[in-house]
Each structure stands twice: as C-alpha cells, then as structure tokens.
Design a binder for this molecule. Sequence first.
Ligand code: PLP
Length: 373
Amino acid sequence: MKVDFYGHVRQYNNIKTEIDANLHEVIQSGQFVLGPMLKRFEGEFAAYSGAKHAIGVGNGTDAIWLALMALGVGPGDECITNANTFFATAEAIWIAGATAVLVDCDPRTKCIAPARIEAAITPKTKAIIPVHLYGQCADMKAIRKIADQHKLLVIEDNAQGIGAHGDGFKIAQLSDATATSFIIQKNLGTFGDGGAIVTNNSDLDARVRKLRNHGSNARNVHSFGFNSRLDDIHAAILSAKLKHIDAWNDLRRALAARYTAGLKGAKHLTLPFETPGGRHIFHLYVVETKDPAKRDGFLKYLNDAGIDAKTHYSIAIHQQAGYPWGKAARIAGSLDNAEFNAATCISLPIFPELTNNEADYVIEKVLQWDQAQ
Ligand SMILES: *Cc1c(COP(=O)(O)O)cnc(C)c1O
C-alpha cells in the first residue's frame, strides 16, 4: 500500500462543483486583484475568526512581517518566539528588521514555554510571536498576561491552527494581530500561495491594507509600501473550502484519535499531547522516538513501507547555518526541548481524506517497527 502525506486532489474532487463555480465567477467578473471575491472571502474569514477584520496577503510569511511593520516593530526591537517552528516565523522577524529571540518550548505541547518568555525579556523586547504549532494553541492566557505586564505586542503565528481553540480562549482574541498561511499544504490551503492577517484593531487594518498595495488606498496616491495581495482566484478557492473547514478538522481529530488508540502500546514512541479543554486540529500528527538515535531509521522504515512520513522540523531555527547570527537572531536560555524535538520528531500522514484503511496500515507498520526495537 502507498499512503500519501497530502490529500489535495481527493479534497478538490470532493468539492469540485463548489470550487469550480467560484472560480468561474471570478473569471467572468473580469476582476482578479483586490476584486469582489477577495472582499467576500475577507468578510467570511473575519467572521469565521470572530474578529473585525481580515486582510488577504501574498503568503503567511508576509502576513507576519506586514503585521510587525504595521505595528511599528523594526530595527532595534526584539521579538520572542520559539526555536522549534517553521523557519518563516524567524525569517519574518528578520525581514521586518527586528531581532528574533529564540526560546525553548514546553516539552509536552511543543508550543512556546511562557516561563522562558519572561526570562528572555529585555528593554528592547517589543513583541511575542507564539506559534500554534501542529494545530494546537499556545498558552495564550499566560502569554497575554506577560505581555500586559511588560507592555508588549502579541502576534499569533496561526499558519497551522485554523479552527483550533485554547482552553477558554479563541485564536485572535488575546493578541494584537494573527497571521495565517493558505499555502496548499496548510489545513485551509489554496492552489498556490496565500495568507491573511486577522485583527480587531481598525487602525492596523487600514495600515496593512495600504502596505500590501504599494502604500496606496486611492488611485495614484502612494506612500511607503509593497506588493503582497491575496489574488481573487485564491480567495475563490478558499471561500469554497472555508465552509468545510470545521468538518475537515473533525475528521483530522478522529484520525488522530484512531492513531493514538492504535499506537498507545508503542514502547519506543511518545505520542502527541493534547491540552485539556483545547481543540487541537492536528494540522500535523507528530510522534517522537524516545531515542534520538532511532529517528532516521524509523523514518526510512516508514518511507520504505510506502508511507510518506516527514519531519517537522528536523533542524531548529538556531541550528540553521543560513541564519544571520549576531545581527538578526539570538538565543535566550537552553533550547533542550526544541533540540530534542528536532532530533526525534516524525509526522505521520494525516489529512481529512485519509481513509481508516490507510490509517490502520500506518498503525500496523509503526507497531511492527516498535516491536522490532
Ligand atoms: C507555513 C508557515 C509559515 C509561512 O507561511 P508561507 O505561506 O509558507 O509563507 C509561517 N509559520 C509557520 C509556523 C508555518 O507553518
């Protein structure tokens, strides 16, 4: 059997008529950039997020740095985030001209550890960027409290958690801005790149709308700006998909529960931890080998068995050779948990269209590996 990591084509075929109708509408309207379909999707996404505004931008990385720039974060400022995230979180801080301060994660959730944030704060600290890693919310209540005590901004990196919520809080409720990505492999993905900023701050909304469009909100009148807009073609696809996101997340959760029940006897693996009271939407189902020396062999075993398992992320930000150390990034405290995660993580295939048969095959192969150790 072969088990893919993504179900893009299956998903398209399941809702083809809805996506095709929206695409047809855009093409027939003759309006492809900042047109009515983008406006419609921005309204739908803001409503879905329970926030006043959503602004469609070119990709998730741009969403982070545009939010930082529009909030006045730049050269000389420090932004605290976790070392175990996708490279783009730190990259966006660097693009904004600020310094990324990398701290360790909670060993169970893999999200940023609030105590580590407190220890990393300096007079230069301007913002905290928690990541809802793998589709599970960071501890936003604790983070908001620290931010209030130290007068810091909070920008959520929600590239992986659309539809998740925390224990008693919603995403975008306790922050200044929330950035998300709609690249195809995310759980709300378009056929290409896309992103959005969600906020309740109307000044920020106006500033980002200008920044993403060459510094312009009136024809021929410009100030400092960029070109980073979500195309109407992508908005059409996303508008059709948004109607299904809660049901798709339920399917992800059911598959995660199937994996966890099937794999609970595995002696050589640690299974994902779910914070009680929260809704983890399992953008990724990440297990860890208890022994770092066994991870690469385990990955090869799965790949050889036809299972397209991957790692998220096997090189933490501070372990990347290409990062501009000294200028754009610094480490605060030990990063033991982030480093252990990088050395041991394996993402098993999970997507709404994955069948129970396929999931059971993955379980069978993982258990076979486990028993052979
Ligand atoms: C995907 C991702 C991004 C960047 O999104 P792009 O749309 O690829 O630019 C940022 N942060 C995290 C955590 C991501 O997973």
